[in-house]
Design a protein around this ligand. Structure first.
Ligand SMILES: Cc1cc2nc3c(=O)[nH]c(=O)nc-3n(C[C@H](O)[C@H](O)[C@H](O)COP(=O)(O)O)c2cc1C
Length: 479
């Protein structure tokens, strides 16, 4: 990866090191120095805004229930096909991006969505380009996650398969994390896609993920301007040609006009003209433990803020979630084991759990690498996605970040399905090669902590009925 341009430059200039606080920008004119992180005066709205006169289709709030266990979906077993209508499409969108909880902090109301998001910034938007969905006219629709409704922003696209387009809004996450937020767009797209795909698969809708697509036409399709909003991934429902060839540009809607030029350049550097193949289907896991239904697991999922470091997890709760989360993923992963029965504490290169690369209790070291965030030390194990910089270019860097987000999202679902808890976790980039015993050109992607919770979150509510929660604060550091 070229560290002087595009995604590589952004990665380098947004790498955390111990000698600089996470919210202090690096001394380089290419990053913005005038952003005050978390400034209440500049906080962006939580969702995109559109003129009130666009056609709206309320989606049924009573969600259909395919009744498929979470572990069955995560194992990759095919579910019986259900007809695609407004309620089924609405269920898929809701189980990815719907508002499930609300909280009030410092007088501000926060909307928590079904899938996790780095720092709770929820910088993704969803669009559905629909084809023959009963109860929804063909067209391009923005998903309103607050009202559980579709807003028609563009005419029908050419193509066969109804396709969900995931976009990211850099300023929504940049408001807290500045240019590093561009990485978070792909992490969040990954967690979101893990749940969108699981929801679609459980209804037999055969989700097909594409991350290679022609950027400019897809921007036109959904009205993303390529500065304040970028298309990140396509999820077609079924094997047909995805409905992404716009017949006319969509209405753009409004977003705050704040640009992070380094993010724009990183995004542009990876643009393509090509529509790629969907990600290949991975082999099905044969061994499937019992679990609650997927929909219940999604609503129960949250990011655990406090884990019990005195409790351990059985080896099975490391092996199964990892096997399920890594189905079809080629990004390398390591596991730092703190407290797992029948596994010696230390660092492992997945899937080899028999030979630690380093043996020893590394809670303090991982705590330091994770900016003193206690979850990293209190977890039973910490999963680390990282890859060699030599393997990446401007486009595959995006895929690597998104893969890491997908793994985080699936680990979350598997952990909650089997009675454990989880949280995503950020890190000091400069410290990870030594932790894992890897060369310095390692590009670290994402950490996920899995462990035993000190409390249980209230389950999220259904469409239009989020539950109000009192936020639990982690023990130390940023979040
Ligand atoms: C990719 C990713 C990275 C995260 N990083 C951290 C982190 O460094 N520290 C932390 O306490 N929580 C972290 N989280 C958890 C988020 O803060 C949490 O998902 C968000 O506040 C929404 O809450 P929920 O997951 O309970 O819905 C991360 C989550 C994701 C998805």
């Amino acid at each position: 990866m070229d560290l002087q341009h595009g995604a590589g430059l952004l990665h380098r200039l947004t790498s955390y090191t111990p000698d600089r606080e996470w919210d202090v920008p690096i001394d380089d004119p290419r990053v913005r120095h005038d952003i005050v992180p978390n400034d209440p005066d500049t906080v962006p709205p939580p969702v995109k805004e559109y003129p009130g006169d666009l056609p709206r289709i309320p989606l049924p709030r009573d969600l259909p229930r395919p009744g498929v266990n979470a572990t069955v979906v995560l194992a990759g077993e095919a579910a019986a096909a259900r007809p695609l209508d407004a309620a089924e499409l609405g269920r898929v969108l809701f189980l990815g991006a719907g508002v499930v909880r609300t909280a009030t902090r410092n007088g501000r109301r926060f909307l928590f969505r079904a899938a996790g998001s780095a720092g709770g910034r929820f910088a993704s938007e969803l669009y559905a380009s629909t084809r023959a969905v009963a109860g929804v006219p063909d067209g391009v629709h923005w998903y309103d996650p607050v009202e559980h409704a579709l807003v028609r922003v563009g005419p029908p696209a050419r193509g066969e398969a109804t396709t969900i387009v995931v976009t990211g809004v850099p300023w929504r996450t940049g408001w807290r994390y500045a240019e590093r937020g561009w990485r978070h767009l792909y992490w969040d797209a990954g967690t979101l896609l893990s749940q969108l795909s699981a929801a679609a698969a459980s209804a037999g809708l055969r989700p097909r993920l594409r991350t290679l697509f022609p950027d400019r036409p897809v921007r036109e399709l959904v009205g993303a301007d390529g500065v304040h909003e970028h298309p990140l991934a396509l999820l077609a429902l079924g094997d047909g040609e995805p409905a992404v060839t716009a017949s006319a540009p969509a209405t753009q809607g409004s977003l705050p006009p704040v640009e992070l030029p380094l993010c724009t350049q990183a995004q542009v550097a990876g643009e393509s003209d090509e529509l790629g193949e969907p990600w290949p289907e991975a082999p099905v896991l044969r061994d499937v433990p019992e679990s609650p239904e997927l929909d219940a697991v999604v609503l129960r999922r949250g990011s655990q803020r406090r884990m019990d470091r005195t409790a351990t997890l059985p080896r099975r709760l490391l092996e199964w979630p990892m096997a399920a989360a890594l189905r079809g993923i080629d990004v390398p992963h390591w596991v730092v084991v703190h407290g797992v029965d029948d596994v010696t504490p230390g660092v492992y290169r997945w899937p080899d759990l028999d030979r630690p690369l380093r043996a020893g209790v590394l809670r303090d070291e991982v705590l330091r690498v994770c900016l003193d965030q206690s979850l990293a030390a209190d977890a039973a194990y910490v999963v680390i996605a990282a890859t060699s910089g030599a393997e990446l270019d401007d486009r595959s860097y995006r895929d690597a970040q998104l893969s890491a987000g997908l793994v985080e999202g699936r680990l979350h679902l598997a952990a909650y399905a089997l009675g454990a808890t989880a949280s995503g976790m950020t890190f000091l980039d400069s410290e990870v090669p030594a932790l894992l015993g890897q060369p310095d050109d390692l590009v670290t992607l994402l950490f996920t902590c899995v462990g035993v919770g000190e409390y249980a979150s209230r389950a999220g509510g259904g469409p239009g009925a989020p539950v109000e929660v009192r936020p639990v604060m982690p023990r130390l550091g940023m979040q």
